[in-house]
Design a protein around this ligand. Sequence first.
Ligand code: PTJ
Length: 245
Amino acid sequence: MKIPKSHPRYNSLRTRDLIVKGVEKGITSIHGLIAHGRGESFDYLIGEKTNDFAKISIDSAAALLLLAKYPVISVNGNAAALVPKELAELSKILGCPLEVNIFHTSKLREIKIKKYLKKFGAKNVLLPQKYTKIKFLESNRKYTNSNGILKADVVFVPLEDGDRAEALIKNGKKIITIDLNPLSRTAQMATISIIDNITRGIPLLIKTIKQYRKNNRDKLKKIIKKYNNKNNLKKSLNYIFQNLS
Ligand code: PTJ
């Protein structure tokens, strides 16, 4: 669909179209349409912009990713459709792998996501291995790559489906997520929850990492020490309540 740039809801319609095209290309699950609609409703509630509570989380996420010994970026069908170029760039500037990790099992879709990310410049894209599993998880997402999530100390899991964040934490990993819903299990469980749209959050995260690369480790540690995820989630909920009243 050709969307005129003058349309008042251009960004929203363009993003929706990316998800529909993702389904047509076989990279996004059909369930991804529902997940996207859920995200859109929360985006309305936060004013469809990157708020201060998201900026604070992005600062901490940038610091944690720069301090990590072995960060890994997990990619599902929605993230691949919405921000393939940005995921490739994030992987490049952090020098870390992207790992395709999907909830709705499909070997074919995993391969298609990998090819799609490579088309956008990604160099290091891992797929889950059959015999490599993380503990405390039953779904398809338990399968990981021994050079990826299994080995990671910090895992970035944008737009996640819930129980995996908890399992990854039980496996001793620090978790960063981007989720528009501050009440989601992932947002509640994660070490750092960025309450924002992935389409706005990842470009700002890339920009922040580029700025913070010049900081020494002590300065980065201070940024993380000051951060409190529960307080920040409360700020996002208060903002939504205020918007509603
Ligand atoms: O590709 P697969 O098989 O791994 O499936 C991916 C989806 C996203 C379909 C799967 O993980 C799923 O069902 O997720 P949920 O449980 O619907 O959760 C998705 C979360 O992402 C919800 O809390 C949404 O509010 C949020 N969300 C949706 N779109 C966006 C978003 N958060 C940030 N940016 C978005 N654009």
